[in-house]
Design a protein around this ligand. Structure first.
Ligand SMILES: NC(=O)c1ccc[n+]([C@@H]2O[C@H](COP(=O)([O-])OP(=O)(O)OC[C@H]3O[C@@H](n4cnc5c(N)ncnc54)[C@H](O)[C@@H]3O)[C@@H](O)[C@H]2O)c1
Length: 356
């Protein structure tokens, strides 16, 4: 039986990086004899331009009927530079997360030996850093209502809203992942100021006794922001709310050396979505220079998390490691040496996998 993969390239560099991830998936297909059926659909600014909706009903239906979604990125400067635009690409992403029930975004943060020197942090600080950040994805201030402006336009407001149920399911996920790793969970909040954070902490304390082998600590987000860059090796699994997770994971990307290297998986009620953490990098769109590794590594997470294919995921990771060792890299990590194009890196990875 063929696994069904919905492919949503999106905007900017999205189509170029997703094409490389597909090459890698095809190589895995050849190597392991799996069958995958890909169907492309519109999302983001491209979807607004073509059908007036950043997450069209057809796209949603396809996602619901697929075994996994491989996602590129959304976003276009014409919307970024027009705050008054009523229909926006980001609405498509948020609606996709909400309607697929993707309440958890898993972002592994680790180092690549040959990229450690690229990190602005000292080598001894980042070498060996390896943690999983679990970001709540469908609640909090990005979705809370009311949100808007006063009638005179001089006051604006957002609401941060969390239910106990939303918090408990993600905190339990955090404990479960910690159980599969080094058995340490850090729950990040701002419980000294925010009511929602106090509920997070209360629920953390309520469920912790169910996981007696996990060491749990509670940390204020400002402290966590500092510890990520001063002592990243102290973390194993970190779980936090939507906006804190959004900010902390971008900060954590400096540990790996480039935004172009970090994958993620969004999991929840319906089909899981696998996507790089970076955006549509519009300056690079169509130039064949963007780093495809974050998307390729997202495909590795897809094999592992959606299909339980651990060997396949591991081989993709090995291919990426080897491409870094061999210097077959895009300009963001080439360090003044020869830079390969997006498609050349994709070809190299696919060939490595086929020959492995
Ligand atoms: N999940 C998403 O689809 C998502 C996430 C963040 C931003 N966005 C959107 O993307 C657009 C651009 O936003 P931005 O500039 O803040 O973020 P971005 O992640 O697109 O780019 C920020 C910087 O990171 C680097 N970078 C990102 N991806 C890279 C890659 N694959 N290879 C090499 N370098 C890479 C580049 O230096 C780039 O200037 C906006 O419209 C924004 O709304 C979308």
């Amino acid at each position: 039986m063929a696994y069904k993969i919905a492919v949503l390239p999106g905007d900017g560099i999205g189509p170029e990086i997703v094409a490389q991830a597909k090459k890698v998936c095809d190589a895995i297909t050849k190597k392991f004899g799996h069958e995958f059926e890909y169907t492309e659909a519109l999302v983001g600014a491209t979807a607004i331009d073509q059908v007036g909706d950043p997450y069209p009903a057809d796209t949603h239906e396809l996602c619901m009927n697929s075994d996994a979604v491989l996602f590129g990125a959304i976003g276009h400067p014409k919307f970024d530079n027009d705050p008054s635009a009523k229909v926006r690409p980001e609405q498509g992403l948020l609606r996709m997360r909400k309607t697929l029930g993707l309440y958890a975004n898993l972002r592994p943060v680790n180092t690549f030996k040959s990229l450690i020197h690229k990190s602005p942090l000292k080598t001894e600080l980042v070498d060996g850093a390896d943690f999983m950040c679990i970001r709540e994805l469908t609640g909090g201030i990005y979705f809370g209502r009311p949100q808007g402006r006063s009638e005179d336009g001089q006051t604006a407001y957002d609401s941060c809203v969390y239910t106990a149920e939303e918090i408990e399911r993600i905190i339990r996920l955090g404990f479960e992942y910690a159980g599969k790793r080094r058995k340490k969970l850090t729950i990040v909040d701002k419980a000294n100021v925010l009511a929602t954070s106090r509920l997070w902490r209360e629920i953390g304390q309520k469920v912790a006794p169910d996981y007696p082998d996990i060491e749990v600590e509670y940390m204020f987000v400002d402290n966590a922001a500092m510890q990520i860059i001063t002592w990243p090796k102290r973390f194993d699994v970190m779980v936090t709310e939507n906006m804190f997770g959004d900010i902390l994971t971008d900060e954590a990307s400096v540990i790996s050396g480039s935004m172009g290297m970090l994958p993620s998986a969004s999991i929840g009620v319906h089909t899981s979505v696998f996507e790089p953490i970076h955006g549509s990098y519009p300056q690079a769109a169509g130039k064949n220079i963007a780093n495809p590794c974050a998307t390729v590594l997202s495909a590795a997470m897809m094999f592992e998390y959606a299909f339980g294919m651990m060997k396949e995921g591991a081989l993709i990771r090995e291919a990426v490691d080897q491409s870094l060792e061999a210097g077959v890299v895009t300009e963001d990590i080439a360090d003044g040496k020869k830079a390969y194009s997006t498609s050349e890196v994709g070809d190299w990875l696919a060939e490595y996998i086929e020959k492995a």
